[in-house]
Write a protein that binds this ligand. Structure first.
Ligand SMILES: [Zn+2]
Length: 1171
């Protein structure tokens, strides 16, 4: 962790951020300024550390410690243990007298030294193989001599010195015995590239060598030839990204190396070579090295090529890559090909032991006992020759040494049973591949098979050899049917039969209505997982059929979709669609149930209980498992999507009408469903059934327009249209005379209503664009048209209640009726009456008293003409006794009314001449903490910036401001315990509009601002990368609690990218930075908004915030002259970006998400970036 901090400390005097290696830092030759740099670093850290941290506004979750990989661990992964490390003084460079303190590290291969013990990249790397001598030279000094150069070190004591000399001498003695002087010698190297590359920030180019799993940097070719490098980069932590035409970055957790190649072509080659190197670094040498420890395994068993990296784990031979290709061609029933490097999992200790016991030499004594020289392969044999030879050798067994018992099955089996009790695996190999049955009966009930016998006698290599050949095809034996490896839990056997009408199967979705003539009558039989259809019930041979386990989806069409009243579609995994129909509803129902039961696995059978219109399997991903998709069973019932996960025996439901977002990523066919707290990615594994699902889900997520409950709903179960109209009217209509009585413009009302019906989530009511009277009439018309009305089927009972003269009995009756309403009706009625209550409270302004409102809303809500005043009477009662009937919290109501009062009063006071449509909004802002005495009511004009608001309040409170008081306006979300400082140029009004009831604006000092400004000032290019803890919503379907995961982030001026780890080549996610809103968590409690990031220290977090802020605002984080800006701020042209809330939130409150959706309808691509 300490290491991480030191790496993150901004470098002083560096030309560029990404040029993390400056001349001084990287090269060790002309380093006069070392001491001074070290000092600066130190003092910098102290400065930074002394900045008061804002304990109250930034929180670190308990789980939030990023454990950045320690460099020591990474180095250990090179498999060379460190022999000795410690501080030494290196002789001064030319022209200097000061010894340089260096952290020196020695392993069997290299002697390296570093600036500090925390550094990962050395200043010098000397292969032990190139060291020719180590000499004591007095005064605790010693020399390390290489062919061309001598390095002088001074230890802190004689003891220390003699220890170093001893270990170094031992080391060079040992490395002498090894082959090769080349620093980059690596016998298993496959990727290699060398040449000069420019490293940003360095004056001269570096000679760069990609070799195996490392990249080496040298000062020049001369140094390379002599083997004295600057540093080596372990590519197992590397990640290569192209930057522009000639530039690319090699990113590691510790540094970004920004290279520039001479030409575009060379850049491509470098990038490829480095990516190969990463792949190589990630492959596994451990197994290969063990297998190769037997010399016979160091050459290909078939052609003799050195360092073969592949093996047939059943045939017990090791071979080269080219021969591996031919082995694969034989199929796994003959040769089970595995990589020594990549298939680490198969290489158990026993299997490795088997390969060491047998080895290529002994295996070939059997397999290649009789190879005519004319047929033998050589290193340079052609593919054709290889194919012929390998087929003859293993498929036909042409060259094998025949066992004396060959042809005598009983004796072979008998011999096998006896031999497996010994350790003679050669004999077993010969027996098995000459026909002994691996699964033969031993005659011993306790140890019935050769494998159990071998186990019993502790012969593990024997067990391994037998197990690998349980299903092997013997040479020359008849070809058997391959074992079916499909895992499928057979559902209980379902039998059903009857006549159905069927069309020809199709490869495309059905878009047109199929007439009866297009169907043919077929006798259909469902039995034992097979669905067959016959010409008639007399025929014995089916015309065709389907295996139930090939069915991936069953869709029930709405009645009368086709010529036959009841039709359903079956989708197979081979992308065929079958349409069946009947006029008999019971028969159709029976068939649907039977077919569904026969392809839905037991684990998902709970779905079968539902009255689904579509059921089947889909692959999906969720937030924390983006790498691998999983199989899930889905069914759609109305607007509910039920999901059964592969491994869980319970279903989860997504209410599609309450989705915050629903989109299809067109390039890769992924359906994205965003619900509060969950995001689900459904993959279009197959096109045909996916199209069907996507269309059905989209349909289900829309408003079907008939009844209240079929609308798109808010979280509170209120139709989106109702909520938006009420919200708008509350803001702009309460002082509008005759609100709800005046008629709007009919064409506008109709158009707006139509927009809402099409997709209410996408309709944004805006002041100026929409008129209060149009909106109020949309609301009325919506209620008038809604099927079944707001009071539902019991509306008559509401009307008759008015006849009860005793007020309290009447009220109880209303309460009973209210409690009997469906959920959505309840929520909607409560919201509407609350709104009307507020409207009439301000009737002195809008003239709409209780009675007037009742006249308007009675007939509207009861969907009658105005003749029966009982309707009006109900509304009058509901409004008048709103508190009683709806159990309203009076304090809450008072607050609501107070707010409205302030809005109106202040608007009149401040703006006596402006009409009601002036668009200013009055808002409550708190000073320093949320309490009544700290309340300020401020009129917010549309153009007001956060800085203006801040000054307005400070002025009012007569608070004098000093230059370093970073007063800032925060948007605080109490419930979610997060806050966000508004940017000084950010417009306040859109924020105010997006605040929910538990959010507010708060003015306080921004305690991290100073630190952030200092941090930013030190950076030439603002970007940042590093590990953070990342958490997305609760685990999908809430099955387990989500936790934080380490992820690697790169934040640049363009985007924030998330990588699974530092090695990943492709980001898992990418967000456009300008589209993110970044919040601080305030307390420890975590609720599930969309994304959480957290850092291990406050400094870290501050740096990330600073970087975000700076990028999002083009570097303008704080006004350069803060106090002067107060005078000019009002005239400063405003950044248009903040005018319309075009910010995608980094969290997912409904308001935020809605805003973001709206903002991004203009730029759909940006939306995808966000999901
Ligand atoms: Zn070979």
């Amino acid at each position: 962790m300490a290491n991480k901090m030191s790496l993150m400390v901004p470098k002083v005097m560096k030309p560029r951020y990404s040029s993390i290696c400056s001349d001084e830092e990287l090269l060790d030759d002309d380093s006069d300024c070392y001491v001074s740099i070290a000092e600066k670093r130190g003092s910098w850290s102290e400065d930074f550390g002394s900045i008061p941290s804002c304990q109250n506004s930034i929180y670190l979750p308990v789980t939030g410690h990023v454990s950045a990989p320690l460099p020591q661990e990474d180095l250990a992964s090179t498999l060379t243990p460190v022999i000795k490390v410690g501080w030494l003084y290196k002789n001064p460079p030319q022209g200097s007298l000061i010894y340089q303190r260096r952290w020196v590290k020695l392993d069997a291969e290299y002697l390296r030294y570093f600036d500090t013990e925390k550094d990962v990249y050395s200043k010098r790397i000397i292969p032990t193989a190139s060291i020719t001598g180590v000499v004591n030279v007095g005064d605790q000094k010693f020399e390390v001599v290489t062919h061309n150069r001598t390095f002088l070190f001074r230890a802190e004591s004689d003891v220390e010195r003699s220890e170093w000399v001893t270990v170094l001498k031992n080391c060079i003695g040992a490395s002498r015995t090894q082959a090769g002087l080349d620093l980059t010698f690596n016998p298993s190297t496959t990727s290699e590239m060398r040449g000069y590359l420019e490293l940003r920030g360095l004056r001269s180019k570096l000679y760069t060598v990609v070799c195996g799993d490392k990249v080496f940097l040298y000062k020049n070719t001369e140094d390379y030839r002599l083997g004295i490098g600057i540093t080596s980069i372990d590519m197992n932590v590397g990640n290569v990204k192209e930057v522009d035409r000639r530039a690319f970055d090699l990113t590691t957790p510790y540094r970004i190396f920004s290279f520039i190649a001479d030409t575009e072509q060379l850049k491509d080659q470098w990038v490829e070579a480095m990516r190969d190197s990463i792949a190589e670094a990630l492959s596994n040498f451990e197994v290969a090295e063990q297998i190769w420890s037997l010399p016979a395994n160091q050459i290909c068993a078939d052609c003799g090529t050195a360092k073969p990296e592949w093996a047939a784990i059943n045939l017990c031979v090791v071979f080269c890559k080219r021969c591996a290709g031919e082995h694969r061609g034989l199929g796994p029933s003959i040769s089970k090909v595995r990589s020594l490097k990549m298939d680490k999992k198969v290489w158990t200790e026993d299997l490795i032991q088997l390969f060491l016991t047998l080895g290529n030499e002994r295996a070939n004594q059997f397999w290649a006992a009789n190879v005519p020289p004319s047929e033998a392969l050589a290193v340079d044999s052609s593919s054709e020759e290889r194919r012929r030879f390998i087929t003859a050798k293993y498929r036909e067994g042409k060259y094998r040494r025949y066992h004396p018992l060959f042809g005598n099955q009983r004796e072979l089996n008998n011999a096998l049973c006896i031999n497996v009790q010994s350790n003679d695996v050669c004999e077993t190999l010969a027996l098995v591949f000459c026909g002994a049955d691996v699964n033969c009966d031993t005659g011993d009930p306790d140890l019935p098979s050769p494998i159990t016998l071998a186990q019993h006698h502790g012969q593990n290599p024997q067990v391994e050899l037998l197990a690998q050949n349980r299903n092997t095809e013997l040479p020359r034996s008849e070809v058997e049917v391959a074992i079916d490896t499909l895992h499928y839990m057979a559902p209980p056997s379902i039998t059903h039969n009857g006549f159905l009408f069927k069309t020809a199967s199709m490869a495309r979705p059905i878009t047109e209505k199929k007439s009866k003539e297009e169907f043919s009558r077929r006798w259909c039989v469902l039995n034992d997982g097979h669905f067959s259809y016959y010409e008639s019930d007399k025929n014995a041979t089916p015309n065709g059929g389907l295996k139930m386990r090939e069915i991936v989806c069953l869709a029930v069409n709405p009645a009368e979709a086709h010529g036959y009243d009841h039709t359903f579609e079956l989708y197979s995994d081979s992308e065929r669609l079958y349409l069946f129909g009947t006029d008999n509803p019971e028969a159709a129902h029976e068939w649907v149930k039977s077919i569904a039961r026969s392809f839905i696995p037991v684990a998902a059978e709970v779905l079968l209980l539902k009255d689904f219109e579509r059921i089947g399997q889909l692959r999906y991903k969720d937030g924390l498992n983006l790498e691998t998709s999983r199989l899930g069973w889905f069914c759609l019932v109305g607007s509910s999507l039920h999901i059964c996960l592969e491994e869980h025996n319970r279903d989860e439901t997504i209410d599609l009408q309450k989705l915050l977002e629903l989109s299809i990523q067109p390039d890769n066919d992924v359906l994205v469903l965003v619900e509060r707290g969950r995001t689900l990615y459904i993959e279009g594994e197959r096109k045909l059934d996916f199209q069907g699902w996507a269309a059905a889900i989209q349909r289900a997520a829309g408003s079907s327009g008939d009844t209240l409950s079929l609308q798109q709903l808010t979280e509170a179960d209120i139709p989106v249209i109702v909520e938006r109209c009420i919200h708008f009217t509350t803001q702009y209509g309460l002082i509008s005379e005759g609100i709800y009585r005046k008629s709007g413009l009919n064409s506008k009302i109709a158009a707006l209503l139509e927009d809402f019906r099409r997709n209410a989530r996408c309709v944004w009511l805006k002041e100026g664009e929409h008129q209060v009277d149009d909106v109020s009439n949309v609301l009325k018309r919506f209620f008038r048209d809604i099927e079944e009305g707001l009071f539902g089927q019991q509306s008559h009972n509401w009307l008759t209640t008015t006849a009860i003269s005793d007020e309290s009995s009447r009220m109880s009756q209303y309460r009973v009726l209210f409690s009997n309403l469906p959920r959505v009706n309840q929520a909607t009625l409560r919201a509407l009456v609350n709104h009307l209550y507020c409207v009439q409270r301000f009737s002195d302004l809008n003239q709409m008293n209780l009675h007037n409102l009742a006249i308007v809303f009675g007939p509207t809500l009861f969907q009658m003409d105005g003749k029966d005043y009982n309707a009006g009477r109900v509304i009058e009662d509901l409004i008048q006794h709103y508190v009683t009937i709806f159990d309203v919290n009076e304090q809450q109501l008072k607050r609501q009314l107070d707010e409205i009062t302030y809005i109106i009063k202040l608007r009149e006071n401040l703006n006596p001449k402006a009409g009601p449509a002036s668009g200013d909004f009055i808002c409550t802002v708190y000073l320093e903490e949320k309490k009544e005495t700290a309340e300020q009511h401020v009129k917010i004009p549309a153009t007001m910036t956060a800085a203006e608001l801040t000054f307005e309040i400070l002025d009012r409170r007569k608070i004098s401001v000093k230059e370093k008081d970073y007063w800032c306006c925060f948007e605080v979300h109490e419930k979610e315990e997060i806050e966000r400082p508004l940017h000084y140029q950010e417009r306040v009004l859109p924020i105010v509009h997006s605040l929910s009831t538990d959010s507010y604006l708060l003015l306080k000092k921004h305690f991290s601002m100073e630190a952030m400004l200092v941090y930013l000032a030190s950076k030439v290019e603002v970007s940042k990368h590093g590990m953070m803890k990342f958490r997305e919503e609760r685990n999908l379907l809430g099955l387990s609690t989500g936790s934080f995961h380490d992820r690697y982030f790169i934040l640049t001026s363009a985007s924030l990218r998330l990588y699974k780890d530092v090695r990943s080549n492709r980001p898992e996610r990418e967000w456009s930075v300008k589209c993110l809103k970044v919040y601080h968590g305030i307390k420890k409690k975590l609720r599930p908004p969309t994304w959480y990031l957290c850092c291990d220290t406050q400094t870290e977090m501050r740096e990330w915030f600073a970087t975000f802020l700076s990028i999002q605002n083009g570097g303008r984080v704080w006004p350069t002259e803060w106090l002067k800006s107060r005078a000019v701020s009002r005239s400063t042209p405003l950044d248009a970006r903040f005018g319309n809330v075009s910010l995608i939130p980094l969290r997912g409150s409904e308001n935020e998400m809605r805003n973001s959706v709206a903002a991004f309808t203009a730029d759909p691509l940006a939306l995808f970036r966000n999901v």
